[in-house]
Design a protein around this ligand. Structure first.
Ligand SMILES: [Zn+2]
Length: 465
C-alpha cells in the first residue's frame, strides 16, 4: 500500500511503526461556526483512509481535536454576549451533527484543548527546560533557529524566512520565525494559571501535546489540509521533536484545496458555503460522494454543476442497488448457472481494480470508477432471468465497495414516500386488470412527475427513483 508523503514528496510503501496498528492524527476544526465545505473535505477524506485501514485489518487509533479556545471563538462569544465555552459547546454539537450526516465515524479520541491544559503546559515546560523555548513579557516563544530541520516539510529555508520578514517592533521575539507557545490573557479572556502567569496556549502547541498524550512520541500518519503545512505542521514537528527527542510523524498526508466556482474559497467575498447550507439542496450522502469523487490531493471544485454530477452518479449506484435488491427478492431460480459462474469472474476484476486504486495513495476517484463499471456490469448482466445467487453476489459486491468508502446507499431515506408509491402501483395494477388503460397511464405519468420510473417486468412491477 502506497501513501504520498508530503515530507519526502513521493509515494512510499506504508509500513506501520507497530505491527497491525495505525496511529493517526488529524487537525480538527476551530469551533466558532458551522463547518464549511472546505472543512468537510479532510473530515471525509481521512475518515475514508481510516475505514480503509480498518477494512484491511489494522487496529486504527484515530485522534482528532477540537480547538475550543481561540481568538475567533472569543470574538464570537463577545459578539453574542456569552462565554467562549458556550460558543464552543454549541458548535461542537453542530460539527458532530454534520459528521453524523456525512457518515464520519467518531474518532477513537476527541480531545478538547481546554480539557488538556496540563499536557500542554508540560510540553511547554519541557521545551523551556531543554532550551528550545524562551519567555519574554509573560509570553513563551519557540526558538525556531534552535531546530535544525525547521522548514523541511514545507521546503522553506529558515534563513530565507528570516531575511524575508521583519522581527516585530516590540523586540520580544529573537527571530521572525519564532512562534508563540503561551500568551498572557487579555482582560475578560479565558485563562489558565501557569508558571509564566495566567494565559492561554498558542494554536500549534495543542496538536503536539495531544498527539503525545493520546498516541505517544511517534505516530504513523498526521493528516490535514495542505493549508496547514506551513506554519502549523512545521511548528508541530519542531515542538514535538525537540520536546520528545524522537521522530514525530512517519507519513504526512495533506488534502488539496476546495475551490468554489473555480475560485479560492473566501468568506469575505461570499464565495463560501457551510455544509448546512448545501444540505438544504443536496443530501449529506451526495456531499460525501462529491468529496470522494476527486483524488484527495487534487484541488476540488465545488459548483452547482459539479455537485449535480455527484448527485446523478450516486443515484445511478443507488438505483442499481435497488434493482438488484428487487431481483434477489423476486426471482425463483436459486443457483448460478455455468454461464453466470463464468461471468461472475468479471466482478472480481472490478473489485480488484477498486482495491488497486485504494492501495495507490487512496485514489478514491479511480475506486469510484470501478464501482461504476461494476454497476454497468450489473445493469447489463443481472435481470429477471438471473439466478438469485448471481444477483445476490453482484449486490453484495456493489454494497461492499460502497461501504468501504462510507457511502450509505441502501439505508438511504428516499425523498419520496415509498408507501405512497406502492399504493399508486397497486392502484395502477387494478386499473390495468379492469382494462382502464387511461387511468393506468395517468398514474404512471403522475409517478414520473415525482421522479419515479416504473417498469413492468416478468416478476412484477419495479420502480426506481
Ligand atoms: Zn494541528
Amino acid at each position: 500500500m502506497k501513501i504520498y508523503n508530503t515530507m519526502t514528496r513521493r509515494k512510499e510503501e506504508f509500513v506501520p511503526l507497530e505491527a497491525n496498528r495505525v496511529k493517526m492524527y488529524s487537525c480538527g476544526p476551530t469551533v466558532y461556526n458551522f463547518i464549511h465545505i472546505g472543512n468537510a473535505r479532510p473530515m471525509v477524506v481521512f475518515d475514508t483512509v481510516r475505514r480503509y485501514f480498518e477494512r484491511k485489518g489494522y487496529d486504527v487509533v484515530y485522534v482528532t481535536n477540537f480547538t475550543d479556545v481561540d481568538d475567533k471563538i472569543i470574538n464570537r462569544a463577545n459578539e453574542e454576549g456569552v462565554s467562549a465555552r458556550a460558543i464552543a459547546d454549541k458548535y461542537i454539537a453542530e460539527v458532530i451533527k454534520d459528521e453524523e450526516g456525512l457518515n464520519i465515524r467518531p474518532p477513537t479520541r476527541r480531545p478538547r484543548v481546554t480539557d488538556e491544559m496540563e499536557a500542554i503546559l508540560d510540553m511547554i515546560g519541557e521545551l523551556i527546560d531543554k532550551g528550545y523555548a524562551y519567555e519574554k513579557n509573560a509570553t513563551v516563544y519557540f526558538d525556531a533557529k534552535k531546530f535544525k530541520r525547521y522548514g523541511k516539510l514545507s521546503g522553506k529555508n529558515i534563513d530565507e524566512l528570516e531575511s524575508g520578514s521583519r522581527v516585530e517592533a516590540d523586540g520580544a521575539k529573537r527571530n521572525a520565525s519564532d512562534f508563540v507557545l503561551w500568551k498572557p490573557a487579555k482582560p475578560g479572556e479565558p485563562k489558565w494559571p501557569s508558571r509564566w502567569g495566567e494565559g492561554r496556549p498558542g494554536w500549534h502547541i495543542e496538536c503536539s501535546a495531544m498527539v503525545k498524550r493520546f498516541l505517544g512520541d511517534s505516530i504513523d500518519i498526521h493528516a490535514g489540509g495542505e493549508d496547514l503545512i506551513f506554519p502549523h505542521h512545521e511548528n508541530e514537528i519542531a515542538q514535538s521533536e525537540c520536546a520528545n527527542g524522537a521522530m514525530f510523524v512517519k507519513y504526512w498526508m495533506h488534502n488539496g484545496f476546495l475551490n468554489i466556482d473555480n475560485q479560492k474559497m473566501s468568506k469575505s467575498s461570499g464565495n463560501f458555503f457551510t455544509v448546512r447550507e448545501i444540505v438544504r439542496k443536496f443530501s449529506y450522502d451526495v456531499i460525501r460522494f462529491f468529496i470522494l469523487s476527486a483524488h484527495y490531493r487534487a484541488p476540488l471544485n465545488f459548483s452547482e454543476e459539479t455537485i449535480g454530477h455527484a448527485e446523478n452518479g450516486l443515484a445511478r449506484i443507488a438505483n442499481c442497488l435497488k434493482a438488484l435488491d428487487y431481483i434477489v427478492k423476486n426471482v425463483d431460480k436459486e443457483e448460478m448457472t455455468e454461464e453466470e459462474r463464468e461471468n461472475a469472474k468479471k466482478i472480481d476484476v472490478f473489485v480488484n481494480n477498486f482495491e488497486k486504486a485504494m492501495e495507490d495513495d487512496f485514489n478514491t476517484a479511480d475506486a469510484i470508477s470501478s464501482i461504476f463499471e461494476l454497476v454497468k456490469f450489473a445493469n447489463i448482466n443481472v435481470g429477471e432471468e438471473s439466478s438469485k445467487e448471481f444477483a445476490r453476489m453482484t449486490l453484495d459486491n456493489v454494497s461492499a465497495l460502497c461501504d468501504a468508502l462510507g457511502l450509505r446507499l441502501r439505508e438511504r431515506k428516499e425523498a419520496v414516500d415509498e408507501r405512497f408509491i406502492e399504493e399508486k402501483i397497486a392502484e395502477r395494477q387494478k386499473a390495468r386488470e379492469s382494462k382502464d388503460y387511461a387511468r393506468a397511464d395517468a398514474i404512471r405519468s403522475e409517478l414520473k412527475a415525482m421522479g419515479v420510473t416504473i417498469d413492468d417486468t416478468a416478476v412484477g412491477v419495479r420502480w426506481t427513483t
